[in-house]
Design a protein around this ligand. Structure first.
Ligand SMILES: [Zn+2]
Length: 467
């Protein structure tokens, strides 16, 4: 997907997933590249600190940021191998200046999230939906970034102006003798914009001003988009639950604009357990409460310090060279250690194990250790098949994670921040050394004794029936 103008509609000169070829293709003047890179860094730093946690997370997940003249503007490439690249034309960025670069980066990030939430082919194939997406994204960008107009390039506004599209809509509807909505109502959600544009006699088709490179050979692998975006949303949600007010505000706004719009969008929000942010959940939808509960309780157990740190050595070096020192992003004060232990003596519901593996895999800054246990403990790697035997001992897990016993001669030498136990609960009760770090997921018909234990521990039943 690319922000921009008709300059992107050129024949692909290089493979847009080929990093080296992109860098080597007609390199721009090094001074321009340096300035464009500085603007990009400054914009991303600002997103992380204030305006958009979602945008900040998204670009932190783009493995490489490449200045290249192989694209006319800027684009995010989602490759089939699961990786994302940010490509930007250095001349385009220097022409836009910092405010313009921020607008474009926000716009592109939002496109990916939009593509994740609304992947239905019938929507994707409708050119009116494409325009509606542009309007929705730029409407939000103007508000979030506190702008009164689109970014300027060579003195001219670039992109689709939501107010201009609205004026056309208003005239069209009045011409048909229909009642148009006011602007605020029209722009209320992504789907009201689409629905209202569909009422037009002559709905707008995508003008050449914003061309999406997806139709022009920019890889936009849906699986990659989904994986990256769901991770971005989850991490933003965890940040919000940890008390990051900007992330909370942004997510609530994004939910208000999209939740309930389509089954897919509702499912995505529901699976995230994001309803907890609103302090409510839909009564009509089936809710996997335990999943919401776990996301929440993990967020509190994995609470971290300030994400942005001032790198002293590097900062001093940069200052000596006459450059602005930058704050850098760091996952956490230290990597958080999470232990997930499966009781294999009973039958472990496959989809619960799968969901948990996926969830843990998507949380940044966490080092996960996987254990299976029955009468004894067996470490394994995520995704490996786990075999179980007879007898169950929670004490065996506690002894191992608390460093008292070794497995195959190896002691566990980490101090976990959280221990998740997935079990039916049937085994002698234990009191771990740090009970507040233990989270018990009890399978159906199991015994949820940890809740009533002294001291009580975080405990929830998982629903293992049909989903
Ligand atoms: Zn766009």
């Amino acid at each position: 997907m690319a922000y921009g103008d008709e300059r992107v509609v050129r024949r692909r000169v290089v493979d847009l997933a080929d990093r080296r070829a992109l860098e080597q293709w007609r390199p721009a003047d090094p001074a321009v590249v340096a300035e464009a890179t500085r603007l990009k860094e400054a914009a991303l730093l600002d997103f992380g600190m204030t305006t958009s946690a979602v945008t900040s997370w998204l670009y932190s997940k783009c493995r490489h940021h490449i200045a290249t003249t192989a694209v006319g503007t800027a684009a995010v490439v989602a490759s089939g191998d699961g990786s994302c690249l940010l490509l930007f034309n250095p001349g385009f960025f220097t022409g836009l200046g910092l405010d313009g670069v921020k607008f474009v980066l926000f716009h592109e990030a939002r496109h990916l999230v939009h593509r994740h939430l609304f992947a239905e082919p019938e929507l994707r194939e409708d050119p009116v939906f494409t325009v509606a997406a542009e309007v929705a994204i730029n409407h939000v960008a103007l508000i979030r970034l506190g702008r009164t107009g689109l970014p300027l390039l060579d003195g001219e506004p670039t992109g689709i102006d939501p107010r201009v599209v609205y004026e056309d809509y208003r005239e069209d509807l009045l011409g048909q003798g229909l009642e148009p909505l006011g602007y605020d109502h029209f722009a209320e959600t992504d789907m009201t914009i689409y629905g209202e544009l569909k009422r037009m006699k002559n709905p707008p088709v995508p003008p050449p001003l914003c061309v999406h490179l997806t139709e022009d050979g920019v890889p936009a692998d849906q699986e990659t988009v989904d994986a990256v975006c769901s991770s971005v949303l989850l991490n933003s949600l965890l940040a919000a639950r940890r008390g990051h007010p900007a992330a909370e505000g942004e997510l609530l706004d994004l939910m208000d604009r999209t939740d309930g719009a389509t089954d897919r969008a509702s499912r995505i929000w529901g699976r995230l357990g994001a309803g907890r942010l609103r302090g409510q959940t839909s009564a009509t939808r089936r809710v996997d409460w335990w999943q919401r509960w776990l996301v929440d309780v993990l967020a509190s157990k994995l609470r971290e310090g300030e994400r942005l740190v001032y790198p002293k050595k590097r900062g001093a070096l940069l200052a000596a060279l006459g450059q602005d020192p930058m704050l850098s992003r760091r996952g956490a004060e230290r990597t958080k250690v999470l232990v997930v232990a499966y009781d294999t003596s009973g039958s472990m519901p496959g989809h619960v194990v799968e969901w948990l593996t996926d969830l843990v895999g998507r949380i940044d800054g966490v080092e996960a250790h996987w254990l299976s246990f029955d009468g004894c403990v067996m470490p394994f790697k995520a995704g490996e098949r786990v075999y179980g035997g007879g007898g169950t001992s929670f004490q065996a897990v506690a002894d191992y994670v608390e460093g008292r016993t070794a497995v195959d001669g190896e002691f566990f030498d980490e101090r976990p921040d959280a221990v998740v136990m997935l079990t039916d609960g049937y085994a002698p009760h234990i009191t771990p050394a740090e009970p507040d770090k233990w989270i018990w997921l009890i399978t159906e018909y199991g015994d949820d004794w940890p809740e009533a234990h002294s001291p009580p521990m975080a405990c929830h039943r998982v629903t293992t029936g049909d989903r």
